[in-house]
Design a protein around this ligand. Structure first.
Ligand SMILES: Cc1cc2nc3c(=O)[nH]c(=O)nc-3n(C[C@H](O)[C@H](O)[C@H](O)COP(=O)(O)OP(=O)(O)OC[C@H]3O[C@@H](n4cnc5c(N)ncnc54)[C@H](O)[C@@H]3O)c2cc1C
Length: 455
């Protein structure tokens, strides 16, 4: 009797304990998912650009997708299925789609109404202007690997079309003109070399694009990517300097046809359908154009008194050049937080971060943890609900919850985002969102009707 009681008891314990652990874990996960969902609803109306699309009929609830996302809680498990809870945090790694064992996830762009301030592009990255392509972050998808993939794919499409068309063009007409030499422009240029196209690349600043403007020794996180004229680039973590050195090495081995220090100002089409491109220094003609301009554009200013003082800056490259200084960083995004932390790690700096909202909401998971750690260790001070109202040579005045507060200050960095080159795109005729497309389609229909009437 007692023996069978012990057997029953042991069996019960062996079955019951893992069951209790499993149920408790599931409950904790469900609670975390609901919290994430509430935060997601609080901070966004939904995905603004690229994001995963989950086909719930195939999802088996294995959680592979939720565990691989480097941005934290973009996805969560609710009711045994993966759902998007913080779509705005997605920056297009696509690891969830790779990890899904049943192919239930595909990466898609936001609904047209959400992406209304994004240029319209086809799956081949062509804009509403035939022959004019957009590659890289300008099209709405961030990350170096996406820029490299798109730059390469655009040129492959162009090369295919050229070989199918057999049109002979004058010597002065390039097959393709690439604007921008960031990761998308570099990749497009190398693919153009690989496809033996007659091409030219125009860059207004330096080769490397946004990467060349990262803070010194910034650790760049990337994914394996097929790089033209090189093959598979497998590094996933490397310094900004090493990544730039790699690009320069690959470009140095080729005959890279680039003009730096020239900014493209206008693009139009002549009567033969050839693009005419004017830059600050020259004029070019090309059968196709790839815009790889990025979305950084020009840094947004606050319009605050004293903002034109030389101590006010919009980009930080060498944090270690600033020691024993009183510093204000303005902004609540990843760039502001990374700059504030970089400066706070230098000897003797007193760093204050001013943000107009009452908490950080749209930052990378890693940065959210690191900034909390810095605050806990009193390495920097964060003043939420604050906006700068004046900068003077040795102070800053902040409005904090309606009251003015003056801080002694040597330097100010403002990270209020950039103005994307939307006006330039519109001047070229690129349509934005669904309304422009409808408008453009009806304009074209109207023009065709008029032509029929006059002929
Ligand atoms: C602080 C920070 C950290 C980041 N960290 C990472 C990371 O770790 N991993 C990652 O994958 N991504 C990271 N990113 C994102 C990544 O840098 C971008 O997604 C990527 O650089 C986009 O490449 P792109 O070629 O589309 O544009 P860009 O790199 O922005 O290049 C655009 C180029 O076009 C040029 N240009 C613009 N207008 C003109 C014109 N009119 N005429 C001529 N030239 C022009 C610009 O000068 C620039 O060189 C980070 C971004 C920032 C801001």
């Amino acid at each position: 009797m007692s023996e069978s009681f012990i057997t029953y008891a042991v069996t019960l314990i062996v079955v019951l304990i893992p069951l209790i652990v499993y149920v408790t874990r599931q409950k904790r996960r469900a609670r975390a998912a609901h919290d994430a969902l509430r935060r997601g609803q609080l901070y966004s109306e939904g995905p603004k650009a690229q994001h995963p699309h989950i086909d719930t009929t195939y999802c088996i609830g294995c959680q592979s997708c939720t565990s691989v996302c480097p941005e934290g809680d973009v996805l969560a498990m609710l009711g045994g299925k993966a759902v998007i809870v913080n779509g705005y945090k997605c920056i297009g790694h696509g690891l969830c789609a790779d990890a899904c064992p049943v192919g239930a996830i595909t990466m898609v762009m936001a609904a047209p109404a959400m992406g209304a301030d994004m240029p319209y592009i086809t799956p081949e990255y062509e804009t509403s202007v035939p022959g004019l392509f957009i590659a890289g972050e300008l099209g709405g998808l961030a990350l170096i690997k996406n820029a490299v993939n798109q730059g390469r794919d655009c040129v492959e499409t162009i090369a295919r079309r050229l070989s199918a068309s057999n049109t002979r063009r004058p010597e002065d007409v390039f097959d393709v003109l690439i604007v921008g030499a960031g990761p998308a422009g570099i990749s497009a240029s190398l693919q153009a070399i690989e496809c033996k196209l007659h091409y030219i690349t125009i860059e207004r600043d330096e080769i490397g694009g946004t990467v060349s403007k990262y803070p010194r020794q910034k650790l760049v996180m990337t994914s394996p990517v097929q790089f033209p004229m090189y093959g598979k680039f497998n590094k996933t973590e490397l310094s900004k300097e090493d990544l730039l050195a790699f690009w320069h090495k690959v470009l140095g081995r080729t005959d890279f046809n680039v003009r730096t220090g020239q900014s493209v100002e206008t693009i139009s089409k002549d009567s033969d359908g050839v693009f005419e491109i004017t830059t600050t220094g020259a004029r070019y003609r090309a059968a196709h154009v790839i815009l790889a301009l990025g979305r950084t554009g020009t840094p947004r200013k606050l319009g605050v008194k004293g903002e034109d003082l030389p101590k006010v800056m919009y980009r930080l490259i060498e944090a270690d050049h600033y020691v024993n200084k009183k510093i204000l960083v303005v902004g609540g995004g990843d760039s502001a937080i990374e700059a504030a932390m970089g400066l706070a790690h230098q000897v003797g700096n007193q760093v204050t971060l001013s943000y107009r909202k009452d908490s950080f909401s749209r930052i990378k998971e890693r940065n959210a943890q690191r900034i909390q750690d810095c605050i806990r260790r009193s390495m920097l001070r964060v003043i939420f609900n604050s906006t700068p109202v004046e900068f003077t040579p040795d102070s800053v005045i902040l409005e904090v919850n309606g009251k003015l507060q003056t801080l002694a200050n040597d330097y100010v960095w403002i990270f209020a985002g950039g103005t994307p080159p939307n006006a330039f795109l519109k001047s070229v005729g690129v349509a934005f969102g669904p309304q422009d497309i409808t408008l453009q389609a009806s304009l074209e229909a109207h023009q065709q009707q008029e032509q029929r009437h006059t002929s």
